[in-house]
Design a binder for this molecule. Structure first.
Ligand code: ADP
Length: 425
């Protein structure tokens, strides 16, 4: 049988492990191909060179301690002539282009003793554990992250529970407050309703009184006026000057009183007749203007009327409303300026908004509310004739039709009366 000849050098070179053979003065004597591959070196370029010249520390890593750790391990092997297993090392590898690559190694240094029991050389064997270390460190990071998240989560849970408790407390307080408010409001509502009812009754009684009083005053007034007129007819020219003046005063004042009483009577009648009918405001305004043709012509007034709606209401009262506002617009004109009046209407959600604008004397801010009160006037009768009843009529009529009336005005710059009428059609 032929004896098998083995080329041990070739065998060493081809070993799957990563081996480096070092002399006691740490010169590289040999290396396995697997070692060269893993350390990115060429065999013939490292043989004969000093170990740490070939594998210096990574100059960019200030914490690099590969050289000192390996050096200490090799010294211990030389001294103790015993194998030395090193802990996993970070020992970066210099690529051919000079840049270092991160590498972790698990090295063991074993002495090879000669026949005199001296260290002939050192077998340096390493395993590249870079991937393993990186995976482990990633796992550690992930675990740390998970732990961090878990802590955050429990903190958040505590926060949520605390907040929920606070909210619950606030809710309970709020509910208690709302309950108290609701009870107070309910009480106020009951009181207001009772007051409104009382006021309504009082108002009705007052209107009834005004109606009866004005109605009953008419008769003696009529008698007074007719006898005063008879007296005037019979004694005209037979009285002295003073007596005639006094008689004129009596006739004039009783006629005025008759007007006022009539006004009061009309006022208390508004709303008594609840017969609602279709009211064509265009027709009404035309009739009113026809009736006023004389004063319109005399004052050379220009009146523009935009198309007005047909609505449901009391035609007589609506007519009176337009008549009062139009006659005021003509009456309270500026001296030497002919009246310019415009009448418009605009539909709103549940109302019609009417506006009657003039270029008359206007009204001071402070008087704007007063003028809707019965018998309230801002001028004496020598300046402008009137009873002070017209606008109070207007307000009552508008309110009977579910609306409001108000004025926009500035002294000397004219006035605009606005009123709304509920749209019932
Ligand atoms: P009267 O016209 O009989 O005085 P009203 O009740 O109609 O009574 O008006 C009350 C007061 O409001 C008037 O005396 C006047 O001072 C003021 N007023 C009414 N309409 C106008 C207007 N268009 N321009 C300026 N003032 C007005």
């Amino acid at each position: 049988m032929n004896k098998l000849v083995i080329d041990f050098e070739q065998l060493f070179l081809s070993l799957p492990g990563l081996y480096l053979i070092l002399s006691p003065d740490l010169t590289i004597l040999s290396s396995s191909e697997a070692y060269n591959l893993a350390s990115m070196t060429k065999r013939d370029e490292i043989i004969g060179k000093k170990l740490f010249d070939v594998f210096p520390d990574n100059s960019e890593d200030l914490t690099a301690d590969g050289v000192s750790n390996l050096s200490a391990s090799l010294q211990s092997v030389l001294k103790n002539k015993m194998p030395h297993t090193m802990a996993i090392q970070k020992y970066d590898i210099r690529r051919p282009d000079g840049v270092f690559e991160v590498r972790y190694w698990s090295p063991i240094n074993i002495p090879f003793l000669d026949q005199h029991n001296e260290v002939a050389c050192i077998i340096h064997r390493v395993q590249d554990v870079t991937e393993f270390v990186i995976i482990q460190s990633q796992q550690q990071e992930a675990e740390q992250l998970t732990r961090g998240l878990q802590t955050k989560l429990s903190e958040m849970e505590i926060e949520i529970i605390t907040r929920a408790k606070e909210i619950q407390k606030l809710n309970t307080e709020l509910e208690a407050k709302v309950a108290t408010r609701t009870a107070t409001l309910q009480q106020s509502k009951i009181e207001l309703e009772a007051q409104a009812k009382k006021l309504k009754t009082q108002n009705k009684e007052l209107e009834q009184f005004a109606y009866i009083a004005s109605h009953d005053l008419q008769e003696p007034l009529r008698t007074l006026i007719s006898f005063a007129s008879l007296f005037e007819e019979e004694f005209k020219g037979k009285l002295n000057e003073d007596a005639e003046t006094y008689l004129n005063f009596i006739i004039h004042s009783s006629k005025r009183m008759q007007q006022l009483v009539q006004g009061l009577l009309d006022y208390s009648r508004i709303g008594k007749e609840v017969s609602l009918k279709p009211v064509n405001c265009n027709e009404i305004i035309n009739e009113v203007m026809d009736d006023m043709a004389a004063s319109i012509n005399e004052s050379a007034a220009k009146i523009s009327v935009q198309p007005l709606p047909e609505l449901t209401g009391n035609p007589i009262e609506m007519r009176q409303l337009f008549q009062n506002l139009l006659s005021n617009a003509l009456k309270f004109r500026k001296k030497d300026t002919s009246p310019q009046i415009s009448i418009t209407a605009e539909q709103q959600t549940s109302n019609w908004l009417f506006s009657i604008k003039d270029n008359g004397i206007g009204i001071a801010e402070a008087d704007k509310d007063k003028i809707f009160t019965i018998f309230k006037r801002l001028h004496n009768r020598d300046e402008y004739e009137g009873t002070g009843i017209g606008l109070s009529h207007c307000r009552k009529i508008v309110e009977q039709h579910g609306g409001n009336i108000w004025i926009d005005s500035q002294p000397g710059l004219g006035s605009t009366f606005h009123f709304t009428i509920q749209n019932k059609s």
